[in-house]
Structures are given as structure tokens and as C-alpha cells.
Design a protein. Structure first.
Ligand SMILES: *Cc1c(COP(=O)(O)O)cnc(C)c1O
Length: 459
């Protein structure tokens, strides 16, 4: 048998961007200055930035070359026709609209489908999805299977929709009040966990039974296809692109933030089958985003996206992508760091509530861990716990989130294995000092989305 070989990046470096190396004293001072909220840091103060995988990826030489050759015509540009062809092939849908990012596609589609009294059902609505739905006065409910709430239980498709709960919700509300079923693949807000084709087919059958629209939020459709090929029986011999095509053909509409699996820094897509819905979406697109053949993007953005949407299905790339995320997660787990298991496609989630069990929930153990990772290692990430999802009761007492997590999101093709090894090493310091670290209290918070701008002070 061949000896196990180290995981290597399937690319080499042609252009470099220097990183700033700072001292622990400097970082402690910067953290005090920004009120212990790393969202407020300048990127130059950060060594390894794991805040998000959205729009932070590196483009290939082919994408950059494509940008130089792109067509900047207002209408009917060559770059658009090329992108349209790629997305038609991928989705099997006849109507393709470009948008400047995912949430613009959401605003257009959910703005038309939503409104007071309407219900949206999803495996989990991503936060911009929920915000765009609730902004119309409609309601958005997340229906994960019960077992997916167990953070450490090893199941292949923890991102699935609970079909029987969805059926109950449809029957209880009346199908006429249900605006759509939205399948988010992979399930971003639920640990980047995948959704199976079997579950998507069941969602399709449910929508057929009640004559409902099935929307696929497929911004990580390539990553999801990787998990299907390797975990779902019957897909072993299909290519990732074939699996993605099969997946998206189950939907009536498709929304994508191309800042993820489009392998670009900006861009989005909206696709659908229905002619009448397309006419309405097109009108809104022209009013707010731009003409139908550029939708708020430049020709070079469209060109880069058309190339990215092919590159992302390269088996060597996808193997590296999923395995390198898993590499970080399994090395942390081996050290005794509690991580959400199995590791998802784009990020590793650490259970800060468990790691910092001496810090009470109302002193935000997740935010403390985020701050410690910055101070000790210059690593930036985000809290996904009571700072992000907490609420207050009538006595201003914190109603905590379900879990106190932090998310280490991995930008695509940006960091090498030695960067990731460095992140793993910083966790040794975290473990060494975990009994000395202190909680935080909120000194300022805005009324909405407080994690972006809240200020903290040590308890
Ligand atoms: C990022 C994301 C969006 C929103 O896309 P933007 O390009 O950030 O506007 C929507 N849905 C999911 C699942 C996402 O991850």
C-alpha cells in the first residue's frame, strides 16, 4: 500500500500579496481600540483572515486573462452570452439573470413572492435570505431534522430539510399561503452541512403535491456535489458537474451568490423556469440592478464568473477544497478542541461554550474566543452564538442562542497548508490559557444585526 501523502494545493503561486506580521501587544491594543469586535479591525491588522469565504477567494490566471478579453458592451455582450450559456447548462433553466450579488437576487425574487401572511419554508434560511423575506412582511421558518441539532453526531447529510415537519407546516398554514420552499445547499447557517439528492427529491415531490415553488439557494452547489458523490449511494461514478446539474434541475428557481462557488470576488445569479415570473423579475432587475445582460456587473465580472463556474467542478480543486477544510477541523479535534462534526464544506465551527465552559453565556464565550484568537495569533473569525442570535426578555435578561460557536471560514485558494498549520498551533496557546481568560460584557449595541458593530469591555 502507498504511504499516506500530505495534502497539497493543486496550484502554484504566481502573484503574492504580503501579509502583515504584528506583535501580541499591538493586537491587544488594537482590540481595545475597536471595543473587542474584530469586525471593526482593519484588514491590515489581521494575519490570517477567516471572517468569511464570501468574495475572498483567489481567481485563477485563466480568470484574470478572461477579464482582459471581456466585452464591456451595455447590451448583448459576448461575456454575458458566455455566462448565460454556462448557467443554462448547469441549471437546465431557460431564464438567467445576472445580479451584483446573491442578496440582490433574493430581494428581487422574494420581493415578488413574499408579503404579509406568506410563509417560506427552508432547511435553514441564510441571514440575508431571512432578512429579505421578513422585510416583505412574510415569515421564514427553518426546519432541520431533530438529529441535526446534535453538534457532534456523525451523520452524512446534516443540512437536510425535515420533510414531515415541512408537510405539517404546509397543511397547518394552507398551501395557498406558502410562498416557496427554499433549499440552501450546502446549509451555510447550519455548519455548511450538505443536503442529499434524496432529500432534494423529497422536497420536489412535496412541492409537486402542494403546487409550490422550489427555490434552490445553490451558492455552494459544487461543494455539496462533492459530499453527494462521496456519501450518497448511487453517485460514486458521476462527475461533480453531473451531480450539480441533477441537483439544480430539481428546482423551479435558482439563486446564487457567485462570491462562493462562482470563484469570483463579486457577482450573483437568478435563474428560473417560469416565463411569467421571469418577466416580473426582469422588470425589477432593470429598475434596480441594470439591464438584463449585465445586472450591475462589468463585462469582466461576467467573464470571470463564467470561467469560475467551470473551474469549481475540477475534481482536484474540489478534493483540495473539502479536504483542506476537513484538515483544519480534524487537527483541532485531535487536540481536544470541541468542533461541530462532521466538518462542513466551507468552514470549521468551534464550540466555544464547551471550550470556555467557565465563562457564563451572558459573558459571551464565543466572542471571548474570537478575541483570544486575534490577540494570540492575529487570526480573525466570527462569533456565531449569543452575540449574533441572542435576544432579551422583558427584564433585559439575555435569552441565549442554542449554541455558543465561532466560525473559521476558509477563503478559496488563498491560504496554504502552512497557514492552516499555524492556525492549529495557535489553538495550543488557547488551550494553555483557557482557565485565565475572562468574559466580556456589551457596552454598546445597535437594535439590529448587533454582531457587526457592538462594543464590548472585559468583565
Ligand atoms: C452569501 C449567501 C447569500 C447572500 O449572498 P451575497 O452575495 O453575500 O449577497 C445567500 N445565501 C447563502 C446561502 C449565502 O451563503
Amino acid at each position: 500500500m502507498k504511504k499516506k501523502r500530505t495534502l497539497t494545493e493543486p496550484f502554484k503561486i504566481k502573484m503574492v500579496e504580503p501579509l502583515t506580521i504584528t506583535t501580541e501587544e499591538f493586537r491587544a491594543k488594537r482590540l481595545r481600540e475597536v471595543g473587542y469586535n474584530p469586525f471593526q479591525l482593519h484588514s491590515a491588522d489581521v494575519f490570517i483572515d477567516l471572517l468569511t469565504d464570501s468574495g475572498t477567494g483567489a481567481m485563477s490566471d485563466r480568470q484574470w486573462a478572461g477579464m482582459m478579453m471581456a466585452d464591456e458592451s451595455y447590451a448583448g455582450a459576448r461575456s454575458w452570452l458566455k455566462l448565460e450559456e454556462v448557467v443554462k447548462e448547469l441549471t437546465g433553466m431557460p431564464h438567467i439573470l445576472p445580479t451584483h450579488q446573491g442578496r440582490a437576487a433574493e430581494r428581487i425574487l422574494y420581493g415578488l413572492l413574499g408579503g404579509k401572511g406568506k410563509l417560506f419554508i427552508s432547511n435553514t434560511h441564510f441571514d440575508t435570505t431571512r432578512a429579505n423575506i421578513e422585510f416583505t412582511g412574510a415569515e421564514a421558518i427553518d426546519l432541520l431534522p431533530e438529529e441535526a441539532h446534535d453538534l457532534e453526531r456523525d451523520l452524512p447529510f446534516k443540512g437536510n430539510l425535515d420533510i414531515s415537519k415541512a408537510r405539517q407546516a404546509i397543511v397547518a398554514r394552507g398551501a395557498a399561503n406558502v410562498a416557496a420552499v427554499i433549499m440552501t445547499i450546502t446549509n451555510n447557517s447550519s455548519g455548511g452541512q450538505p443536503v442529499s439528492i434524496a432529500n432534494l427529491r423529497a422536497a420536489r415531490a412535496l412541492c409537486d403535491e402542494f403546487k409550490l415553488l422550489l427555490v434552490i439557494d445553490g451558492c455552494r452547489v459544487a461543494e455539496n456535489s462533492y459530499f453527494i458523490k462521496h456519501r450518497e449511494p448511487g453517485f460514486e461514478n458521476k462527475t461533480y458537474e453531473e451531480i450539480a446539474r441533477e441537483t439544480l434541475r430539481l428546482g423551479d428557481a435558482f439563486i446564487m451568490s457567485a462570491k462562493k462557488d462562482g470563484l469570483v470576488n463579486i457577482g450573483g445569479l437568478l435563474a428560473m423556469k417560469d416565463d411569467e415570473l421571469n418577466r416580473k423579475c426582469t422588470n425589477l432587475l432593470i429598475i434596480s440592478e441594470g439591464f438584463t445582460t449585465y445586472g450591475g456587473l462589468s463585462g469582466r465580472d461576467l467573464e470571470a464568473m463564467s470561467i469560475g463556474l467551470k473551474e469549481v467542478f475540477d475534481p482536484d480543486y474540489l478534493h483540495y477544497r473539502i479536504k483542506s477544510t476537513e484538515y483544519l477541523g480534524s487537527h483541532l479535534k485531535a487536540k481536544g478542541i470541541p468542533v461541530v462534526w462532521p466538518i462542513g464544506g466551507h468552514a470549521v465551527y468551534v464550540d466555544a461554550g464547551k471550550l470556555y465552559s467557565k465563562i457564563p453565556t451572558d459573558q459571551y464565550p464565543g466572542q471571548v474566543l474570537v478575541c483570544d484568537l486575534y490577540t494570540l495569533g492575529g487570526i480573525r473569525c466570527v462569533e456565531v452564538g449569543s452575540v449574533m442570535f441572542g435576544a432579551y426578555d422583558a427584564n433585559k435578561k439575555l435569552i441565549p442562542a442554542k449554541h455558543e460557536l465561532i466560525r473559521l471560514a476558509i477563503p478559496r485558494r488563498v491560504y496554504t497548508q502552512s497557514h492552516i498549520d499555524y492556525v492549529v498551533d495557535v489553538f495550543d496557546d488557547i488551550l494553555d490559557r483557557r482557565d485565565q481568560t475572562k468574559g466580556l460584557r456589551i457596552s454598546y449595541e445597535p437594535p439590529f444585526l448587533r454582531h457587526f458593530t457592538a462594543q464590548f469591555e472585559p468583565v
